[in-house]
Design a protein around this ligand. Structure first.
Ligand code: ADP
Ligand code: MG
Length: 319
């Protein structure tokens, strides 16, 4: 049932709540929701890592997406940027643009958000609420010991290139988002990969001092490796037969489509990263599902099986 709520009632009822704000004695947050600004107190000798992502209805998610899953995904995609930097997630702000204050929608959204916040160990400490076409901006804050962040510009020629998890699932899920009646468990796995991407927080932190560069895969493996290649001033060669493809993608798609989803499809939120040969034993001792897919070389750009890939991945303003 839709019901009129003032902006302040709405914030008090759904967002300024213990399930999202966490405990009052959080040392990172000196002042939470309710003032003009929140006040943060990072741990000494740490750097603050900050990132924001916006999801717009009809562009980043289908119009009628279940609000609980939308909340989960909104937080996960932002937290994934902290993972890619090796940062420890601490908290977030939420800028919510809503066409109407529907209490069922808000209750479901807030409960999904609280679930995801608990999963990632973050608390909500501020935001903004406005009326307009549905859009969700989540700004995340984390911290990382000074100098240990995993940047895109640290890769060196000769470094091995690894990827976490399995790729392509979230991209192929796009084909099934509107197909609510589909009961196939393989499709369900894909939808999970899309709605609840598992931001690789623990892996990111374990890669501090091990990886030379890292990125999370939001726009597609090759496009995102392209960011490391250009920021580090080298080329990256990837071998297609080494790329770990999501098993449901392998089962549901032909070989070409599966490879395309795993290399060019976005939204997987796994990590791609570079590691010097000398650190590979340390890396392989870590308890994560990791696959070596390529190598950093001299030159520029990304090569897939020796073919130069010029573009790929999702670009909002591509013409
Ligand atoms: P201001 O007008 O000074 O920017 P607002 O009236 O927009 O402040 O917000 C009041 C308080 O509620 C602020 O502390 C703000 O951070 C918080 N807030 C607003 N919207 C949200 C939201 N969607 N989630 C969490 N906190 C929010
Ligand atoms: Mg103000």
């Amino acid at each position: 049932m839709s019901q009129a709520l003032s902006e302040f009632d709405l914030i008090a009822r759904y967002f300024d709540v213990p399930a999202l704000k966490g405990s009052e004695d959080n040392p990172f947050i000196s002042l939470s929701i309710g003032d003009d600004c929140a006040l943060l107190q990072p741990t000494p000798h740490h750097q603050l890592a900050v990132s924001v992502d916006t999801l717009v209805s009809g562009i980043h998610f289908p119009v009628n997406v279940p609000p609980k899953l939308l909340a989960w995904r909104s937080l996960a995609v932002s937290v994934s940027d902290l993972a890619a930097m090796g940062a420890t997630p601490k908290g977030f702000t939420l800028a919510l643009t809503l066409p109407e204050a529907n209490s069922d929608w808000l209750a479901s959204f807030a409960s999904g958000l609280a679930e995801a916040a608990q999963h990632y160990g973050v608390v909500l400490f501020g935001g903004d609420t406005t009326k307009g076409p549905l859009a969700i901006s989540v700004q995340v804050f984390g911290e990382v010991p000074s100098g240990l962040a995993l940047r895109r510009d640290g890769a060196n020629i000769g470094d091995a290139v690894f990827v976490s998890g399995e790729l392509g699932g979230a991209h192929v899920a796009l084909d099934y988002l509107a197909d609510e009646a589909n009961q196939d468990p393989l499709v369900d796995q894909l939808l999970q990969a899309y709605y609840k991407p598992d931001a690789a927080i623990a892996l990111g932190q374990a890669l501090r001092g091990v990886a030379s560069a890292a990125v999370d895969i939001s726009d597609g493996l090759l496009a995102d490796l392209g960011h490391i290649a250009s920021r580090s001033g080298l080329s990256i060669t990837v071998h297609s037969h080494l790329i770990p493809v999501h098993p449901a993608v392998t089962a549901l798609c032909n070989k070409d489509r599966a490879l395309e989803a795993a290399t060019k499809g976005g939204d997987d939120y796994q990590l791609a990263f570079c590691v010097p040969e000398s650190k590979i034993p340390d890396l392989l001792a870590l308890p994560f599902n990791l696959t070596r897919i390529g190598t950093c070389k001299s030159g520029a750009g990304v090569l897939l099986d020796d073919q130069h890939i010029l573009s790929g991945g999702f670009q909002h303003f591509e013409v």
